[in-house]
Design a protein around this ligand. Sequence first.
Ligand code: ADP
Ligand code: MG
Length: 245
Amino acid sequence: MSLLSVQGLSKSFGGVQAVQGVSFQLAAGELLALIGPNGAGKSTTFNLLDGQLAPDGGRVLLDGRDITGLAPRRIWRLGVGRTFQIAQTFASFTVLQNVQLALLSHDKKTWGWWRAADRHRARDALALLAQVGMEPQAQRPCSELAYGDVKRVELAMALAHAPRLLLMDEPTAGMAPAERLALMRLVQRLARERRMGVLFTEHSMDVVFGQADRVAVLVRGQLLAEGTPQQIRGDARVQAAYLGA
Ligand code: ADP
Ligand code: MG
């Protein structure tokens, strides 16, 4: 069974059919790149998957469970995490504090920032920072970090919740090409280790074809093609509609 099964998902805004009958599957441990020109419906698809928007039609199944139209908080609790195009961290807090806060928001039982539970969270936070290569910078405020490093902190914050599915909308926006590849290599490694599915959007074709296991191409709200990077690269319709542009 797929980790994520998207079946005939649709959403319109007034007269604009942003997403029209989109279907795809995503397995645990797999990276699926959702690509397409601006306005193709990529962000709307993400918002439908994490509950920010309710679809007009179609279904979303997570491990076979229907999560269509559930509130964002419930979908998050069921194991769907998200990172954003503009990294969301608290700039004046340290790297460590940011990840501790993410752990705190995940942990229902041990509220209390200043209590003993905090020591455990510090240890867990350091372990997460080690996984993204940010442990040496744990005590620095996020405001002092290079942008690529803020992205790694944001990733550690998303991992604090141990998501089974991670949605990443343009995770490498604003990053230099070498940094982009490094970040997505890291995401790929973490996805394999944790058996976490990753759906991401990305403009750099080097990253898409180098790091994704499969690629889905969205054009004007519709899924034009879906397949391995090799299949998508060689698809004449994709080249005509998108890559050749
Ligand atoms: P992408 O992320 O692929 O660039 P979007 O999903 O943001 O595309 O947008 C798809 C289409 O839906 C666009 O035509 C956009 O203008 C429209 N759209 C997206 N969000 C809204 C909204 N909240 N209200 C009205 N129109 C929207
Ligand atoms: Mg977008």
